[in-house]
Design a binder for this molecule. Sequence first.
Ligand SMILES: *Cc1c(COP(=O)(O)O)cnc(C)c1O
Length: 397
Amino acid sequence: MPTDLLQENEARYLMHTYARWPVSIVRGRGCKVYDLEGREYLDFVGGIAVNLLGYSHPDLVAAIQKQAQQLLHASNLYYTEPQVKLAKTLVDHSFADKVFFGNSGAEANEAAIKLARRYAHLKYGPNRFEIVTMQQSFHGRTMATLTATGQEKVQKGFEPLLPGFTSVPFNDLAAVERALSPATAAVLVEPVQGEGGVRVADRVYLQGLRELCRQRDILLIFDEIQTGMGRTGTLFAYEHFGVAPDIMTLAKGLGGGVPIGACLATDQVAAAFTPGTHASTFGGNPLACAAALAVFEVLLEGKVLEQGRRMGEYLAKGLKDIEERLPVVKEARGLGLLQGLELTIDGKPVVADCLARGLLINCTAERVLRFIPPLIIAQREIDRLLETLSTVLSKRV
Ligand SMILES: *Cc1c(COP(=O)(O)O)cnc(C)c1O
């Protein structure tokens, strides 16, 4: 179907929830995608931090093919090996002792919210349920996760929101302290706010949150849906800050393109979930878990994690240089391969200019260009991004 017909049919048959670019992507290889007309694009969006190993990674494709042939799905009424193996892998490489699997980021956060509420309920009774979240955060689009999301535009028109959530400014420890009460069950925070404009948490802030929560037996939840799985240069972003949460959520890069989400927790907290308290038909499905296992294997054995870390540093340096040279750039910031460039102008026309030059980038929070390429991105590909950005942004000074 040609792109114009695709656009027409999309408008006719799909609910209008996305503002799409007029490109129809048909295949991908490495860090490049190709459209219907055969045009090539260098991809710094990566399916929004999902395609960790780029496109058509042979190990990932082989693992999916093999699992599809053997067993696509079985109910959680039975044991399946990929699910158990993936849970063990996650536990072996993180602070956590136990895992619950869902199918998306929002579902992982729903599980985290439910787990925190139930933990507090069992231990302290029904009056301890409140969750403190951060402004400009993003936690998903279900009713609980959009309530947790500190952005009015995500919540507007969906009221009444869920009771028991309160949001405070990000990176402000005193604001969290003021918001805590005997009703507080948990604090939910992203180590780097992704959708909110690539804002990195301060080390003292996260350490302060950890101490505050420890003192009062309030659960600390890290939403690492975007920052996890090597995105920031370590397997999980919390490793940078020297603090471990009680609960952590993952999704996006976890399955390398196959939908999967996970909620991880310590034994003490995870014990609040007992048979019948939470479930998901597709959660931990053999296909998704086999894909995630393959992603893990490549990440850890193939030095991809190390490659991503080095490329993150290289990209950060290049963006800093652009910040210093071009007045239209307010600030370059980020961690690893989650980098942002805050502009003094609207970012959308810049994204359009890049698209016309065969470069996919994303803009979030109106003025922040976001770069979240596959971890296998090469130095020469980053060079091409930096050159194109320089060209496009100098025209807008
Ligand atoms: C993308 C994202 C989510 C939501 O994930 P979905 O899979 O779209 O539900 C939640 N939290 C963070 C930090 C995210 O980046």
